[in-house]
Structure formats: structure tokens, C-alpha cells
Write a protein that binds this ligand. Sequence first.
Ligand SMILES: N[C@@H](CCC(=O)N[C@@H](CS)C(=O)NCC(=O)O)C(=O)O
Length: 223
Amino acid sequence: MSDIKYTYFDLRVKGEPARLLLAHGGVKYTDERIELGWNDPKPWTELKPSMPWGQLPMLQWKGESICQSMAICRFLAREFNIAGKTNLEMAQVDEIVDVIQDGISATYKAWYAKSKEELVKLTEVTYQTMLTQLEKRLAERGGEWMVGNAFTWADLQLFFFCTEEFLEPGVVSAYPKIANLVGRVGAMTNIKNWMETRPANGKMHPGYQIYFQNAYKCITDME
Ligand SMILES: N[C@@H](CCC(=O)N[C@@H](CS)C(=O)NCC(=O)O)C(=O)O
């Protein structure tokens, strides 16, 4: 029985990057998936009061618990030596991760607004600006990895953003260096294996679908 347990909903949103890190690290852990509230509210209603911040994800690591998705990721990245080699590199990794988090937060905002105008702004302005800037930063840093000429979790976070329900695959191909990086991360043995074998998302409730499908599809559905 593993002394590592990761608890999150049966979803690939805020909690999925840590699952990618755990996959990359190749550690054995219990992947505890809490049923989505709209399918059955009971499991989360019972668990929520015992969570320090009333939210998931939570990582239990050898007798200690850590919450907050990005704190968990930074911890795992340091454990697996992909946080950056120096203090400066760690800051450069954080810089990229924060840019991606801004893009993810903008996505949530547009989902909640449920307005076509916001979704169009997200896809045509926010994503395009962010990907253009990331492509430029990647070129400045040698074109292969986002930081320090070596794989770090900044690359993994970029992989997450480009392969989950944020962008259409065709969008990434317009940014050749990012597309190449995403392809190389996806071909890493542990990541490839995780992507091919991970559990499917839990059953989605139609009323909540907008929150978990990419904005391009949301726009098409609104037309
Ligand atoms: N800042 C927190 C936010 C976590 C969060 O929003 N978790 C959501 C799921 S993605 C949650 O637990 N929702 C259930 C609730 O708030 O009752 C983090 O990054 O971990």
C-alpha cells in the first residue's frame, strides 16, 4: 500500500497537473477520485468539512498533507528535480506557470460569464496573445525547453494547457515551437503512458458542460 495519496474530483481541471507530475515521477500512489457533486453530492459533502480549505485537491505524502494545486505541483516538481536547477531557474519556471495560470483563470471567467462575446475575446485575444508571448519566450530560451535548456514542470504545465479542454489542437500547430515541445513532452514514456491509461473524466452534467469544454466548441454550440 502506497504512503502517497492524491485526492481530487473525477475531473481534469485544477487537479490534473499534479497527476501529470506524479506520473512523470513514476511514484506509486492512490489516485482517489471523488464523485462529481451533480452525479452524487454525498461523497464531497461528507469530505469537505475535513479539508483545510474546504476544497480539493489534497496530496497526502508520507504522513503529511498538502493542499492548493500549485503548492502541490511545486512540491512534487522539487521532489522529482524538475523545478529548475537554481533559484533563478525556479523563478523562470514560476513565470511560465503563472502565465499559463492566468490563461486558465481567464478561461474560468469566460465559462462563468456564459457569454459568446467573452468566449470570442478569450479565443481570439487572450489565448492568441499568450501563445504568441510563450512562443517568443521559448525561442529566446533556445527553442527546446521553456527554462534552462532542460525539461521542467513549466513544460509539463504548458503540455497540460495545450492538451486539455482549453485549446483546439489546430490552434497549437500555429505556434511551431510550442507544438514541438508539446509533442516531445507527450512522447516521454511516463507521460505517454499516463495519457493513454488514465481514467476518463467523470460523467458530465449537461448544465455544467460549458465549464469543461473548450471555448471554441462553446462558441459553435451558441451559434
Ligand atoms: N486555489 C485552490 C482552488 C481549488 C478549487 O477551486 N477546487 C475546486 C475544484 S477544481 C473545489 O474544491 N470545489 C468544490 C468546493 O469548493 O466545494 C487550488 O488551486 O487548489
